[in-house]
Design a protein around this ligand. Structure first.
Ligand SMILES: Cc1ncc(COP(=O)(O)O)c(C=O)c1O
Length: 366
């Protein structure tokens, strides 16, 4: 079976370095807010080009904390609206509603699955305070038009960069394109920890200060609490692993890009809609290689029978989830079509030539 993602193999590539680090942390007796976290935060902020990087417990918390930070700063208030793509992993939306803010869903562009920038302005009201863009599947969604729109309406532009570490727009990394960004280092992400982990990047000194406190019980000084905060910290074990793997992220993303190029050049089955291959100005890091076909369920079964594991990202759109019952009757036809037709092929930095060829061959035979 060709695995969708062979996490064991991905991590074993760095076995020696990671095990040395793990042993050091274990022996140090210091497990939180130590030198591994400082080192990773400093390397991540340098890599992204942002002034601040703050390690937190996971990607959902990263987004929750950004919005909570704006609430504590008086920039947003409960009941305010945040625009967010209707086609995203539900965490982007949970982060908004968890803060008592109102998610306003915007349909995606059917050609690239990301938020349709031309549909944003019609959703802006006097209550709108921000746009949470999602670089879905690893594909950058940013443009001068988007930035102009945010500036014109004085909206905070927040990036959900959970799936796109290393992606670039016009020479600048995602995570440094808006006002603040949330990252996930869930094990299956392009930069994956060995458990849950996340981070926030921003160039805003005040926001960074508030978020650092919020993530640590609302405290900047032990036993002095200025906010009703959370406990959302990136521990030394995860920080140490991520610090090792960060050094290889560009190399690993390049392998993904090369596999994507092969798929795009060599999958020729007319039943399959391949992802658009963006121009270099708008680089894609291929967290997922998502194809589309009206015969998705048949293709999924056919590939499984032929030894290829595929996954669906995602089978149920957020507005059809029980968690958001109040939206269940609403219609977002482009999102719904995407959810009915997409299938993610295996892509990872450890796929062999033989595996890549087999995926292409079997998909073409379908
Ligand atoms: C687009 C998106 N946003 C947010 C998250 C949440 O990240 P985490 O699982 O680390 O909480 C994820 C990943 O799961 C994601 O894919």
């Amino acid at each position: 079976m060709i695995k969708f993602l062979d996490l064991q193999k991905i991590n074993l590539k760095h076995q020696e370095e990671i095990e040395t680090k793990l042993s050091q942390v274990f022996r140090s007796g210091w497990f939180l807010m130590g030198q591994e976290l400082s080192s990773f935060e400093s390397n991540l902020s340098q890599y992204i080009g942002a002034k601040h990087a703050i390690g937190v417990a996971n990607g959902l918390d990263a987004l929750r904390l950004i919005l909570r930070g704006y609430i504590e700063m008086g920039i947003m208030d409960r009941g305010d609206e945040i625009l967010v793509p209707s086609n995203t992993y539900i965490a982007s939306i949970l982060a908004i509603s968890d803060n008592g803010l109102i998610p306003v869903l915007v349909e995606p562009d059917i050609n690239n699955y990301n938020i349709d920038i031309t549909k944003i302005e019609e959703k802006i009201t006097s209550k709108t305070k921000g746009i949470l863009i999602v670089h879905l599947y690893g594909r950058t969604v940013f443009s001068d038009q988007l930035k102009d729109l945010a500036d014109k309406h004085q909206l905070k532009l927040i990036e959900d960069n959970a799936q796109a570490i290393g992606a670039i727009w016009n020479g600048q990394k995602t995570g440094n394109l808006g006002d603040a960004a949330g990252f996930s280092f869930y094990p299956g992400k392009n930069l994956g920890a060995i458990g849950d982990a996340g981070a926030i990047t921003t160039n805003d000194d005040d926001l960074a200060k508030v978020i650092r406190a919020l993530a640590n019980y609302g405290s900047n000084q032990k036993y002095v609490n200025i906010y009703q905060g959370l406990n959302s910290r990136l521990d030394e074990i995860q920080a140490a692993v991520l610090d090792v793997k960060l050094k290889y992220i560009d190399e690993e993303n390049t392998v993904r890009k090369n596999i994507a190029k092969r798929y795009i050049a060599e999958i020729s089955n007319p039943k399959i809609i391949l992802p658009e291959n963006p121009a270099d100005v708008n680089e894609h890091v291929w967290h997922l290689f998502v194809i589309r076909t009206e015969k998705r369920d048949e293709l999924h079964k056919y590939l499984t029978e032929n030894g290829i594991q595929t996954l669906i990202h995602y089978p149920i759109p957020p507005h059809k989830q029980q968690a958001y019952k109040e939206w269940n009757d609403q219609s977002f036809p482009i999102s719904e079509k995407i959810h009915e037709e997409v299938l993610s092929l295996p892509i990872s930095p450890v796929m062999t030539e033989e595996e890549i060829k087999k995926v292409i061959e079997i998909v073409n035979e379908f």
